[in-house]
Write a protein that binds this ligand. Structure first.
Ligand SMILES: Nc1ncnc2c1ncn2[C@@H]1O[C@H](COP(=O)(O)OP(=O)(O)OP(=O)(O)O)[C@@H](O)[C@H]1O
Length: 249
């Protein structure tokens, strides 16, 4: 077993994963994530982005290869140790909002803090701060069922940021938001991560979203691929093209 480089908070080597039904998930993925870095994991639908995040966060055990968090090997941990690591050091945002229906908005947001031992009053004030940053502070006493889908996702984002996790795994975090909301929420997320030194792994199939990251790792069919950045089409060419199209109609 080779120890990871010192400046990588998360490090994976030759990851292999197969789903329970035998379908391939990941084939030989290796990467390092530096402390405080925002790393986009790109690729089309079904390329393995979610699977990679699940393996790196210890949510599922890898079948081959190594995952390290700082100097701790995650791939040899027991399920209980992986669960503790996720609870204490990692945050997770799903593409769809998952909240506890019986708890109100601030209680949902404060939950990870209270599970880490923060007193209720302090957890509430931290939760309220994050809800305000995400423009839903005025919904704090409502229950998830009283919110619209996009508001529920904002609560999930506030909940993931509130404990200032060492690593935040964000799987298509703005998928349920309207296009105009997306950029604002993502800016809030990335700005908050940078100011709190939170390392972020951001799975996204959207190159505009990936552009907010420091770096992108791209997947295709569970393998890492090189990303080729083509120069943008100039406005003149595009305009000419559009003009040609409209003329030919
Ligand atoms: N639990 C599962 N059992 C079997 N196959 C699965 C399972 N989860 C995912 N897969 C398959 O593994 C491949 C990778 O899926 P994954 O969800 O990791 O990709 P993704 O890039 O995150 O896609 P999306 O953007 O659609 O979420 C896909 O072919 C998917 O159908």
């Amino acid at each position: 077993m080779v120890a990871p480089p010192d400046n990588d908070v998360l490090w994976a080597r030759a990851l292999h994963f197969r789903h329970k039904d035998g379908s391939p998930g990941l084939s030989g993925v290796s990467l390092g994530v530096r402390e405080g870095e925002i790393l986009a994991v790109g690729g089309p639908r079904g390329s393995g982005k979610t699977t990679l995040l699940r393996c790196l966060s210890g949510l599922v055990p890898v079948r081959g290869g190594e995952v390290w968090f700082n100097s701790t090997p995650v791939h040899t941990m027991t399920p209980a140790a992986r669960e503790r690591l996720r609870r204490e050091r990692f945050g997770w945002i799903d593409p769809e909002p998952v909240l506890v229906p019986e708890l109100n908005v601030w209680e949902n947001t404060a939950l990870p803090l209270m599970l880490r031992g923060t007193a209720r009053r302090r957890a509430k004030s931290t939760a309220m701060e994050w809800l305000k940053r995400l423009d839903i502070g005025d919904q704090a006493r409502k229950h998830p069922a009283d919110l619209v889908h996009a508001e529920r996702q904002r609560v999930c984002i506030a909940r993931a940021l509130a404990p200032a996790p060492t690593v935040l795994f964000a799987d298509e975090p703005t998928a349920p938001l309207h296009r105009i909301d997306r950029r604002h929420v993502l800016r809030t997320l990335t700005t908050a991560a940078r100011s709190h030194g939170i390392t972020v792994l951001l799975a996204t199939a959207d190159s505009d979203i990936a552009a907010l990251a420091d770096r992108t790792v791209s997947l295709l069919d569970g393998r890492q691929v090189r990303t080729v950045h083509l120069p943008p089409v100039s406005e003149t060419v595009e305009t000419k093209g559009r003009a040609t199209c409209s003329l030919s109609v």
